[in-house]
Structures are given as structure tokens and as C-alpha cells.
Design a protein around this ligand. Structure first.
Ligand code: GLC
Ligand code: CA
Length: 540
């Protein structure tokens, strides 16, 4: 497998609305990101995945795009976007744009035209179907954001498909004109000097909705090969597909370099481990660390040279990992560092979600009126109507709701954490006076510096990027593995528990690479790991 820049870097995801507001309207913006580029350079990242900044009515915070070649007014202007690209490139940071092309906004010009009549030249840009003879929906496909995936358009007499909100009509990828328009738009951005694309729910674009097929449709990989050829294939860009249902076999279809599709995919198998079998994300069950080890080991070992991993705990759709599987109270700092060490020592390209590097936590709500996210709000109404207990729904929201990740970043201890001088679009977490960037930068033992060290280690040691992976046999809550490369061996040990746990290995220590406690580790034989202790040693 030939080597690429995107295998050796760490990516940082920015959710612009909540990152930094520069003009006091309470909404993060591009100018705010430019102001913080030095901070990101200090952290050491090589690329930014920028959640959507395109023109959008914000039904789903920018994931409903009404013009792909214009910038959302609240975020700034195209000139500012170009300035941002220039300033980022100057610091060796590439910009990976979010590519949301499974659907547009219903306010996109294409859809406005398409709705006009069944004969309109844009009609076929979207997915339409006649009502059943009794007038009801074409079939029982469901929207991810609750309710049916079909909405009747009175004026033109057909249903259109929306796998997400009613304001996110699905594009018809079978229409060659749609694909060409998307490739032209991608080239518009490539010509501006971007570093790649993160492809929103890309596994859905091959859908056959009338046959009930949404993910992994028959033409999916043909389309991606065509896209590769028509756009980024000629450039060495980072392309990462969001693929909820991927198995290692499917991930190889996307990311085997011989197939000329994508650099890598986001796989979500580990993300589903705390939900009840066959139920959805709101139906909780405790995570079993033994299962987490099994799933991550499978992904570490099964791709081989035929694919590339992405590594992540968090993103804008997921709750904060330390609140979810760590301990965000007594062991907040230790568990945050443990999750960082455990992931950043693995093979693949790590992604950090904004605020993860300072150990931000979930934010509980008491009332649905505090929620902003459309998925959360729709689910609440639906479950309430279906007789669920209100407190139980709120509990699920506090555990899994997307607003958890979308609270503004606190930059300092001042009012609103220095995020804005105005009224933030969504309230900050109440703990922002303890958990903020200024405090993190001042404390040499902060979570921030663990991330910074991990990123530097990846730059300095090819074993992290290229080494093999082997899981060690340990007690359930201890996650331990070897990395090996050119005769060198590193041992990673992590205790994912509020309790102490025993660990033992016959390896002798050459030296300690990184750890999350001050403890001296002299031998690996019969040691007692403290709660949430993690360390990495080079063995002799
Ligand atoms: C992806 C995005 C999510 C969005 C959805 C629809 O899952 O990550 O935020 O709501 O697609 O675009
Ligand atoms: Ca602003």
C-alpha cells in the first residue's frame, strides 16, 4: 500500500456553530475559526473536518443545504472562507469539507423547480412516487428523524422521499445529471484548495427506496468510482465516508486503494454497543468492555493492506465519550486521557471532536424546551405519543442526544466562556468555568497536553502509523495491546473501570512512552492498575 499524508496525521472536527463567535450574534463563524487556528496548530493537528458551512435554512444545522457554492450568511462570506483556507494551509492544516449529497434542503433551487410539476426538468433530481390507490404512502420506509420517509406534495400530486427531515428531500442518484452537478460542485471546492471531503451518509446514495433498499444499494460503489474519477482521483485528497452499517468487508470495498473509491470510512460498530439489540439508539444498555475490545480488535486486524481505519470516539452526532463510557465526575481527567491514549495508539487516522481535547462533558436537560436538535425533538414527540414515560425519554436524551456534543466551546472563564459576547444560540455547559481552553493551556497536566503529546508521538514514531496490532488476554475491563514494527514493540495498557484491576506481563520495560498518572512503573509483573489508569511502554 503506497503511503499517503492522510494516514500520518490527526484530524480535528469543527462544528462551526459552536466553535467561536467573532461578532456577538451568539453563533460561531468562520472568522472565529480563523482566530483559533494558532490554538489548533499548537495542538498539532494536520487537518480540519469542517461541518457544513454552506447556505442553509438550518433545519438540521447546515446538513440541509440550499446552495453548495455559497456560505451561510451567519457564518461569513466566501472571501472569509478563502481567507480561512489560506490561513490554514499556511499552518499546514488541510480543510476537509463536509459533503452532504444524499439530500439537499427543500429550499435548494433544484427542489423549488422540481416541485413545480411532474414535467419540470428538475423533477428527476429527486425521488418521487405515486400514492397507493388509497392515497397512502408508497411504502413503510421510516425517516431517521421519526415518522414516515415520504411526504405528499399536494401541488404536484406525488410523494417525495426524505430519509431525514421533511426539509431534506433525497436526491436521485440514478439521474446522471444529478451526479454530474455534484461532481462539478466538488471540483469547484477542489479548485479552491481544500484537502478533502467527509461524505455525509454516503452509504445511502445507491438506494432503491421502492424496493425497501436504503443502505449499500447495488450501484453505490459504481457511483463512488465514477465520482473518484470525475473529481478527487487526480489529487491526493482525504476522503472519508460516513457508513453506519459497514463491516470490515464492506469497508474494504470503499477503501481498498486498488478500487479507487475513498481513503477510509467511519465505521460505527463500536458506537452501537450500548444499545439494546434490534432497538434504536435511544434504547440503552450498559457497555461491556469485553465487547468493545472484540469489535475494535476486529477492525484493527481485518482490514490489513486492503483498507484504512478511521479512529474516533466522538462527533457532532454522538454524546461525549467520558460521560458515556468513562467517568465524567471523580475520574474525568484520568478517563479522558485514557480514551485518548487507547485510541491514538491504534492503527488508523484519529479524529478529535472539538472540546474532546479539554475533556468536555455531556449537558443534562430537564425539559424538552432546552433541546435544539431536530432528531431529539421529533423523537420526544413521537415517543410521548406512543405512551413512553416522559422521564425515561429525557433520560435517553441526556445519554444519547446530539445536543450533548453541540454546546459551545468555552475558551476562558468569562461570561459565556468567551464563546460569544452576545447570547449563545444554545447554552454552554454549566461546568464551563472549570472546563475551558484557558484553564487547559495553563495546566501542564491537563488533558490538552496529553492530546498534544499523542499527536507529536504519531509524527515521531512510524510504529503508531504502520505497526501491527495484537490484543492481549486480560481481565474484562483491562484493554491491552501490542503494536510492533521493524523489531520494536510497544505495549498499551488501559483499565476502563472505577475499580482497580490486576494486570501482568512478562515483558520488561525499556521506557515509558506516555501515561495518565504519575505512578512509577518499574515492572509489569502482577501490577494493580488504578481506576482509569493507562500507560504505554516500549518493551525490551
Ligand atoms: C449525518 C450527519 C448528521 C445529519 C445527517 C443528515 O448523519 O452527521 O448530523 O443530521 O447525516 O444529513
Ligand atoms: Ca457570529
Amino acid at each position: 500500500m503506497s503511503k499517503h499524508w492522510w494516514q500520518e496525521i490527526v484530524v480535528y472536527q469543527i462544528y462551526p456553530r459552536s466553535f467561536k463567535d467573532s461578532n456577538g450574534d451568539g453563533i460561531g463563524d468562520i472568522r472565529g475559526i480563523i482566530e483559533k487556528l494558532d490554538y489548533l496548530q499548537n495542538l498539532g493537528i494536520g487537518a480540519i473536518w469542517l461541518s457544513p458551512v454552506y447556505q442553509s435554512p438550518n433545519d438540521d444545522n447546515g446538513y440541509d443545504i440550499s446552495d453548495y457554492e455559497a456560505i451561510m450568511e451567519e457564518f461569513g462570506t466566501m472571501e472569509e472562507m478563502e481567507e480561512f483556507l489560506f490561513e490554514a494551509n499556511k499552518r499546514n492544516i488541510k480543510i476537509v469539507m463536509d459533503l452532504v449529497v444524499n439530500h439537499t434542503s427543500d429550499e435548494h433551487q433544484w427542489f423549488i423547480e422540481a416541485k413545480k410539476s411532474q414535467e419540470n426538468p428538475y423533477r428527476d433530481y429527486y425521488v418521487w412516487a405515486d400514492p397507493k390507490s388509497d392515497g397512502s404512502v408508497p411504502n413503510d420506509l421510516k425517516s431517521t428523524f421519526s415518522g414516515p420517509a415520504w411526504k405528499f406534495d399536494e401541488a404536484s400530486g406525488q410523494y417525495y422521499l426524505h430519509l431525514f427531515s421533511q426539509k431534506q428531500p433525497d436526491l436521485n442518484w440514478e439521474n446522471q445529471k444529478v451526479r454530474q452537478a455534484i461532481y462539478d460542485m466538488m471540483n469547484f471546492w477542489i479548485d479552491k484548495g481544500i484537502g478533502g471531503f467527509r461524505m455525509d451518509v454516503i452509504d445511502l446514495v445507491g438506494k432503491k427506496p421502492l424496493e425497501g433498499i436504503t443502505g449499500n444499494g447495488p450501484k453505490l460503489h459504481d457511483y463512488l468510482q465514477e465520482m473518484n474519477q470525475a473529481t478527487f482521483g487526480k489529487h491526493d485528497l482525504l476522503t472519508v465516508g460516513e457508513t453506519w452499517g459497514a463491516t470490515p468487508e464492506i469497508a474494504k470495498l470503499y477503501s481498498n486503494p486498488d478500487r479507487h473509491e475513498l481513503s477510509m470510512v467511519f465505521q460505527f460498530e463500536h458506537v452501537g454497543l450500548d444499545q439494546q439489540d434490534g432497538k434504536d439508539k435511544w434504547d440503552l444498555r450498559p457497555i461491556k468492555i469485553s465487547e468493545l475490545k472484540e469489535v475494535l480488535t476486529k477492525w484493527q486486524t481485518e482490514l490489513g493492506d486492503e483498507g484504512w481505519n478511521s479512529l474516533f470516539w466522538n462527533n457532532h452526532d454522538l454524546p461525549r465519550i467520558i460521560s458515556r463510557w468513562g467517568n465524567d465526575q471523580e475520574y474525568r481527567i484520568q478517563s479522558a486521557k485514557l480514551f485518548a491514549i487507547l485510541l491514538h495508539m491504534m492503527k488508523g487516522t484519529p479524529y478529535i471532536y472539538q472540546g474532546e481535547e479539554i475533556g468536555m462533558t455531556n449537558t443534562a436537560i430537564k425539559d424538552i424546551r432546552e433541546a435544539a436538535d431536530i432528531e431529539t425533538i421529533n423523537m420526544y414527540s413521537e415517543r410521548l405519543a406512543n405512551g413512553f414515560d416522559k422521564d425515561e425519554i429525557i433520560e435517553s436524551i441526556n445519554a444519547k442526544g446530539r445536543d450533548n456534543a453541540r454546546r459551545p466551546i468555552a475558551w476562558d472563564m468569562s461570561e459565556n466562556g468567551g464563546f460569544t459576547t452576545g447570547k449563545p444560540w444554545i447554552a454552554l455547559n454549566e461546568n464551563f468555568r472549570d472546563i475551558n481552553v484557558e484553564a487547559a493551556l495553563k495546566d501542564p497536566n491537563s488533558i490538552f497536553y496529553t492530546y498534544k503529546d499523542l499527536i507529536q508521538l504519531r509524527k515521531d514514531h512510524p510504529i503508531i502509523v504502520w505497526g501491527s496490532f495484537k490484543l492481549l488476554d486480560t481481565v474484562d475491563n483491562v484493554f491491552s495491546y501490542y503494536r510492533e514494527y521493524e523489531g520494536e514493540r510497544w505495549l498499551v495498557v488501559a483499565n476502563l473501570s472505577d475499580e482497580t484491576n490486576e494486570f501482568s506481563s512478562e515483558d520488561s520495560i525499556d521506557h515509558i512512552i506516555i501515561q495518565n498518572s504519575e505512578d512509577e512503573i518499574i515492572s509489569l509483573e502482577n501490577i494493580t492498575l488504578k481506576p482509569w489508569q493507562a500507560f504505554v511502554v516500549k518493551t525490551k
